[in-house]
Design a binder for this molecule. Sequence first.
Ligand code: F6R
Length: 600
Amino acid sequence: MCGIVGYIGKKSASPILISGLKKLEYRGYDSAGICLQTAAGLELVKNKGRISQLEKDLAVRDFSQSRIGIAHTRWATHGEPSVINSHPHFDCLGQIAIVHNGIIENYQALKELLVKEGHKIVSETDSEIVAHLIEKFHQGDIEKALRRALQLLIGAYGLAVLSQKEEKIIVARKGSPLVIGLGKDEILVASDVPAILAHTKKVIYLSDGEIGILTAGGYQIKNSAGQILDKKIEEIKWTVDQIEKKGYKHFMLKEIFEQPQSIANTLAGRIKNHQAKLSLKTDLKKINRIIISACGTSWHSALIGKHLLESIAQIKTEVDYASEFRYRDPLLYQDDLLIVISQSGETADTLAALRQAKSKGIETLGVVNVVGSSISREVDSGIYLHAGPEIGVASTKAFTSQVAALTLLSLYFTQQKKLVVDKKIISQLANLPEKISQALALAPVIKKIAEQFKDSRNFLYLGRGFNFPVALEGALKLKEISYIHAEGYPAAEIKHGPIALIDKNMPVVFLASKNNLSAKIVSNIEEVKARQGIIIALANKGDKIIAKLADYLIEVPDSLPQLSPIINVVPLQLLAYYIADSKGLDVDKPRNLAKSVTVE
Ligand code: F6R
């Protein structure tokens, strides 16, 4: 949800800011802008549309001498995507510029106050008032003015502020991520690591309530009381190579094909002597109930996690949307464990769910991909996915790594409780990268099927047991990148309503790999076929019954039912990808979406 970059140093700021913005474009892409400090004052260039447009606008001006600047790529919350609503925003005199990620909840009241005092507010955004508040309090010291402004703000912010008169960038964080990159004779700030990775791997993560004062010669981090903090400098493990497309048409396709490796990374060092090895601070033996909270695709992996934890580790598990959990005042007990799952580690609702459980003294555990993210820093213990950066807006490799991590956790839990561990699950888990490679080899078959359905208006995805959440995930992938309406259902549920939708134009994707419900799935396929629905079936090789019933057959590698979601989701990711690509859509940047949802 919006990306911020700032640069101060000895090099020309504009190209560094633009390439940083491009790496953050997954966070929002409806408009973009840049503000540079020059000898003539603050220069602003902004436009509706993609960063490539902003780059063209900048190319006709010469800003090569400017060594300080801030930039922003927007995902609109307040006010439509337009030039006037795009960031950076100025104060009345054009001497203070800000970029903001987050939402200022009390902006209406503050706007009224500022307008009464004579400020000219030109945009419909919640963000612009921050520039005017700083102006209101400014008496020559931009840091002091920002501090006073922050006292009035309710909501979430990652902010970068630039003044015409001071050679520094001031940044502040509450709720929205900010990372400061420490280079040689230069300092960068950004909403996420990819924007600064080409310049430095040494970073400081700003925490809520902290302010950073960045100059070409150094930096200071202060707490809300103004005391200087000695923050830990951390080393980023990601490489620049990992955030390039490497010949793939889209990041999403690259990330789908990376899954043998990303799963191997999640499992690396965590299976030894037929045992799951995790180092968790939490004493699992005292846990009686698990609640998993997450959003979107991560919520789907939570649903699979429930099946895994209940069937493998025999522990009662509930799953809650983070956005519901946080406001429901849920009944919690001291022997509960809250697991939060998040690729980004920054999703606002998931972070709030975590904080709510912590405030009630509940033990927490994170399953997170991005190292150093807010959730990873606030949980009591955690499992990093090590899936590498996920840039495509539609989550793929993070999902399979999440499910692999939850399988490990279930096995680990079983060991802690001294229950019998199913050795078959452990050995097949270790063998997953190979199975995923086999599933990826289906790409040409799936591409052909996809071309047949690119003009479909609706899709149904049906699965049961472990594969019901996979049906939900397949449907989500399709709708978010192809804009085709799709629903996932437990296969038997269609009789209670959705079957009315089925006619000769309705493609129905069945997750029909072998498990204890296979006979039931066959009956469900028959029911759809009897109503002329088009059957696209995922089944194991050699399953003659399904092969006979299916109009389109995708033969997936066989596996234990517990591990089948990780394999079966791969063809569904490819199906969604190839349908969206054959429609000519921008797969990595689907309309209205952003990768990291840092607003609620
Ligand atoms: C869908 C997708 C989203 C995210 C959701 C949670 O493809 O990517 O539904 O899964 O926004 O994000 P994280 O996992 O970062 O908390």
